[in-house]
Design a protein around this ligand. Structure first.
Ligand code: AMP
Length: 216
């Protein structure tokens, strides 16, 4: 069973994906991570992306869809989690076409529901590893790194994301409400949508997710 996460920023998609990756053998495809990797390696695409992302705006469909398609082709038959795509109705339609092309038909859409205030608090506490991208939270006990400011996995520095500011979060949440929330209707109609209360702690949310995927 493949998983598509739909959620506002900071709802915990990354944290849940990394748990599912470790304990259930999923391949985690995060479109945000793919874009950040392009920025880090200073590719032609990367240069044009940095400002757009730090303002909290959406990147063009052409760029993101191409990156995603390449990634999906690479993982061949592995079960995967899609985190950060689709973010618009157009992307949802595009994804159905890609799935048809690649013969993918077993997936569940998990909506992690979270209010704006909680999302903002989580974003302001989030720190990610500058090397491997692992995510932590300075204010949430079960998501803190063992040593302050240092990644548990590769011992590199933890940094804040440039788009985890109050201003960018406002823009990201607005764009989520305007463009991403309508995607839920699309998947509800297809009968593949489950709703999860993401204000619960990471462990509880994880239990709920594993219950849903093991019922299928
Ligand atoms: P995320 O790591 O999912 O929070 O994504 C970080 C940023 O990458 C977003 O705020 C957008 O600027 C960009 N991004 C990620 N996924 C998409 C997408 N599917 N469509 C457009 N922009 C995206």
């Amino acid at each position: 069973m493949n998983i598509i996460f739909i959620a506002p920023p900071s709802a915990g998609k990354g944290t849940q994906s990394s748990l599912l990756e470790k304990q259930h053998g999923y391949v985690h495809i995060s479109t945000g991570d793919l874009l950040r990797a392009e920025i880090k390696r200073k590719s032609e695409i990367g240069k044009s992306l940095e400002e757009i992302i730090s303002r909290g705006e959406l990147v063009s469909d052409e760029i993101i869809t191409e990156l995603l398609k390449n990634q999906l082709k690479k993982i061949s038959n592995n079960k995967f989690i899609l985190d950060g795509y689709p973010r618009t109705k157009e992307q949802a339609i595009e994804l159905s076409k890609i799935f048809n092309e690649l013969g993918i038909n077993n997936y569940k859409v998990l909506y992690l529901d979270l209010d704006e205030d909680t999302a903002l608090k989580r974003a302001l506490g989030r720190v990610i590893c500058s090397n491997c991208g692992a995510t932590y939270n300075q204010y949430i006990e079960d998501l803190m790194p063992k040593e302050k400011g240092i990644c548990d996995k590769c011992h590199e520095q933890l940094v804040s994301r440039p788009d985890d500011t109050e201003k960018a979060m406002k823009q990201r949440f607005e764009s989520y409400v305007k463009f991403t929330k309508p995607v839920l209707k699309y998947y509800e109609t297809e009968g593949v949508l489950s709703i999860i209360d993401a204000s619960k702690n990471a462990k509880e949310v994880y239990e709920e997710i594993t219950n849903i995927i093991s019922c299928e």
